[in-house]
Design a protein around this ligand. Structure first.
Ligand code: MN
Length: 723
């Protein structure tokens, strides 16, 4: 296992100003955190993050990345917490470790839900810092190197995932060495037989061709030097996976495969690249269709090189890559070769570093997004779409993709309509949060539910997903309908009771044709909404029923027995129970001074709006004298100690003198009355009319306030206003 000083030394070799203390701290912290944990190989687990860090030192990455690599498994696999990492190592490393923890969670998701096809995009979304991806790739590389300790089935799955996702990702990030190694290791695990066969062939071949490689290297070097170009020429056999892929692609056998050698000519300048190309092309015949100039047209991942194939010495097909040292570094290390984070190491201006880091990140995301073939273009398009999305998780790890700006309410509806409808709160990453929080990539969202809940109609305009909006509309509509149906049932039960006739859904069903309604529920809702009168329903069910008051001298038609409604008002029997405003009955209180508990009350049905509650003494009621069908029996039904307040209105006449209004409002405040609104009108030089809307617990409370006001010298008169 790598020692502490070895880690520091590796970093110092390419970054002499590395933060030694930081690296030491990370080493010790991770070592303590992982303790005696073992890997499948039986080795201490701690060796794994160290190897990952070592891979990244080969890419010459900055201290923060190396430290994050050492710490990358602590949050998910040990008792360590992100808070602690943040505190000990600062927010930058905290963010990197957080990103890695989230990706680890993604890993679990992809395993469980087979959502692999989107996995790479997911990865990009969650990693808001490219360094997270670099650590992840190194992590995967080390896991692949030690895959033999895993059970065969697991091995296959991991290898597949590596070949599908991580190897191409490494390629797109320009880290070709890593891509190749990931591919070879995957291939070896996925198809050991094919791998072995090709390797055997290559071995046979290489004993024969070892000389050939040397010879070609020599010939090339000499020829170039003769033209004044100092070049480093290296040749090698291609690797089994790339040969196998070529065999697959071209449907050829190994024997037919001719170009299994690749040579690299590295020179000093761009100019020398083209001169070297000319020398090669004039020395050996070139194979048509194989020439590509990625220097004049670099690949999207910044890869630059000239590719060509010639029939070289010994009539052997030879693949050539010609490039400068700079280009070679990019080809090897890809985006890791961009010195950005390295520059930032000694930069005191954090802002400058961050904005540069951001630019680099943007560029990298672009570079990962864009491609040079149609397939990649398609992917690019998808990626664009996907920039508008956030990916979140249920506590069980199910992935929920949502549009950007989505809230936990959207999340809840995306999980299930019932979850949305009954959502009352949420935890985001374990913390209680408002339901209107904007969700971020990788958030774990737990919805807190309460049965029998109806979503507030206001949610409809606050959510961003169509599904949530439609579900909320449906649920609120259903809730409103439920309210009207409930009210209608209460009205009807009461009406039948008064008529002395039994009421049941069955009986009502029989009368549906006469009522021209399709269902019992329709009738109930219509009565609740005031579109159908209870008296009509009674007569439809019992055609022989004759309302004795029908022939009465008051000239009113049959229907709601209004006289009884007035008489019964305030009694605690019969009538529709009124439990305040937030109940399952669609009611409201008269706007101009409503009723408060203790008042005798009646309800007036307004079609389409439900029932308005008036105190029995309200002068407004006179307007409904000729519409007996609109009168509804109601009664208070409040739990004792209910914390509800009810609106009331009072009118005062006060003497005009400084401080009189203050005295009045003080009285109300002293009595725990809430003032909603005050309006004043100067009546004469001496008096002002004041109207106060306030909320009180009940009639007793209201009367106490009125009594106290009357006792004030500045108040000449107080009256309650009732509708
Ligand atoms: Mn790991």
């Amino acid at each position: 296992m790598m020692r502490q000083y070895e880690l520091v030394e590796r970093v110092k070799r390419y970054n002499p100003s590395a933060d030694e203390a930081l690296l030491n701290r990370a080493y010790v912290y991770a070592m303590m955190a992982h303790g005696n944990q073992k890997r499948a190989s039986g080795d201490l687990f701690f060796g794994h993050p160290l190897e990952v860090a070592a891979i990244l030192t080969d890419l010459k990455l900055d201290d923060a990345t190396i430290a994050a690599a050492v710490l990358h498994d602590t949050v998910e696999d040990t008792q360590a917490t992100l808070e602690e990492i943040n505190k000990t190592f600062g927010p930058q490393i905290g963010a990197l470790v957080d990103g890695l923890t989230k990706i680890k969670r993604l890993d679990l998701v992809s395993k469980r839900a087979a959502q692999g096809e989107n996995f790479r995009k997911l990865l990009l979304a969650v990693a808001d810092d490219v360094r997270v991806l670099l650590v992840k790739l190194a992590d995967r590389l080390h896991n692949m190197r030690t895959l033999q300790f895993m059970p065969p089935e697991k091995r296959k799955r991991i290898a597949e995932e590596t070949l599908d996702i991580y190897a191409p990702l490494a390629g797109r990030m320009g880290i070709q060495e890593m891509r190749e190694e990931l591919e070879e290791l995957s291939f070896q695990n996925l198809d050991p037989e094919a791998y072995e066969a090709i390797r055997r062939h290559l071995n046979e071949l290489s004993t024969k061709s070892e000389k050939l490689v040397e010879e070609i290297e020599q010939t090339l070097t000499t020829k170039l030097r003769a033209q004044g170009i100092e070049a480093t020429v290296t040749g090698r056999q291609k690797r089994p996976y790339s040969i196998w892929r070529k065999m697959e692609r071209k449907s050829v056998s190994f024997e037919q495969l001719s170009d299994i050698f690749a040579f690299r000519i590295i020179v000093g300048t761009v100019d020398e690249c083209y001169r070297a190309l000319g020398i090669v092309h004039t020395s050996w015949p070139m194979v048509p269709g194989r020439y590509k100039d990625y220097i004049s047209t670099p690949k999207q991942n910044d890869y630059r090189s000239i590719h060509t194939t010639v029939i070289g010495p010994g009539s052997q097909r030879v693949e050539l890559q010609i490039r400068t040292w700079d280009m070679d570094e990019v080809a090897e290390y890809g985006i890791a070769a961009h010195a950005l984070y390295k520059e930032g190491v000694n930069d005191n201006s954090r802002l400058a570093t961050e904005s540069r880091a951001y630019q680099w990140l943007r560029r990298t995301i672009d570079l990962l997004a864009e491609g040079d073939n149609p397939e990649e273009f398609l992917e690019h398009t998808k990626l664009e779409l996907f920039h508008d999305q956030v990916f979140c998780f249920t506590p069980k790890g199910r992935l929920i993709a949502l549009p950007r700006g989505a809230t936990p309410i959207d999340f809840a509806y995306a999980v299930h309509t019932d979850v949305g409808n009954t959502a009352v709160g949420c935890k985001i990453n374990g913390r209680m949060s408002p339901l209107l929080t904007e969700l971020q990539n990788g958030d774990e969202v737990e919805i807190i539910r309460a049965e029998g809940q109806t979503p507030p109609a206001a949610w409809e305009s606050l959510v961003v997903t169509g599904k949530a909006r439609a579900s909320i509309r449906r649920a609120t509509r259903a809730a409103v309908r439920r309210q009207y149906t409930g009210l209608g049932r209460q009205i009807l039960e009461r009406a039948f009771e008064r008529a002395g006739r039994p009421f049941s859904d069955e009986k009502l069903k029989g009368a549906l044709p006469r009522l021209a309604r399709a269902s019992v529920e329709d009738v109930l809702a219509a009565v609740g909404r005031g579109e159908m009168f209870s008296g009509d329903v009674v007569r439809a069910v019992y055609p022989d029923y004759l309302d004795e008051r029908r022939a009465g001298s008051d000239g009113r038609g049959a229907g709601q027995p209004d006289g009884a409604a007035r008489k019964g008002a305030g009694e605690n029997t019969g009538g529709i129970p009124i439990r305040g405003l937030n109940t399952d009955v669609p009611i409201r209180f008269a706007p101009e001074g409503g009723a408060v508990p203790g008042d005798r009350i009646v309800g007036i049905m307004t079609p389409g709006e439900g029932v308005t509650i008036y105190p029995i003494q309200s002068p407004s009621l006179a307007a409904f004298d000729n519409e007996p069908d609109r009168w509804v029996d109601v009664r208070w039904d409040l739990e004792s100690g209910s914390a509800q307040r009810f609106p009331a209105r009072i009118k005062l006449q006060s003497i005009n003198e400084p401080g009189s209004l203050a005295q009045i409002t003080q009285v109300i405040a002293d009595h725990d009355g809430n003032i909603d609104n005050v309006s004043m009108k100067r009546r004469t030089h001496d008096f002002t009319d004041i109207t106060i809307d306030l909320t009180v617990w009940d009639l007793k409370h209201l009367n106490a306030i009125i009594g106290e006001l009357r006792a004030k010298r500045v108040v000449s008169r107080v009256d309650r206003v009732t509708g």
